[in-house]
Design a protein around this ligand. Structure first.
Ligand SMILES: [Mg+2]
Length: 128
């Protein structure tokens, strides 16, 4: 369902697994989000630094070429303000702490449920 708040927001999905990427694209597309995609950490950095009006990044942690933590650091060097949400397969407490201490604004745990993701995006974009 189209979401009044998310409609037209520009969000970068960083995900190397194709089926996960398609799934996330489907959820955000339905909400009316303006979507960009990257399949590895380096591509994520490139897109983030070349898209000044980007609103949010949904970043996988385990990525080829450059992992999510390194990509976050590179992006933060240039863009302190951008909202970056980690998506992680690990539901462990230690990882949650590491993610938040690393400078991510928030995280979602895989498997990602559609409504949870929408709620997280709205909460984080509202804080901006
Ligand atoms: Mg991955």
């Amino acid at each position: 369902m189209e979401n009044e708040f998310l409609k037209g927001k520009k969000i970068l999905i960083v995900e190397d697994d194709l089926s996960s990427r398609l799934y996330l694209n489907k959820i955000l597309e339905k909400a009316g989000v303006d979507i960009l995609n990257a399949g590895d950490g380096q591509e994520a950095v490139n897109v983030a630094l070349n898209t000044p009006d980007l609103d949010l990044i949904l970043m996988d942690i385990q990525l080829p070429v450059m992992d999510g933590y390194s990509a976050l650091n590179k992006i933060r060097e240039a863009r302190k303000d951008i909202i970056i949400i980690a998506q992680t397969a690990y539901g462990l407490l230690g990882d949650k702490e590491k993610i938040l201490n690393s400078g991510f604004n928030d995280y979602v745990i895989k498997p990602i449920l559609s409504q949870n993701l929408i709620d997280k995006l709205i909460i984080n974009l509202s804080r901006k």
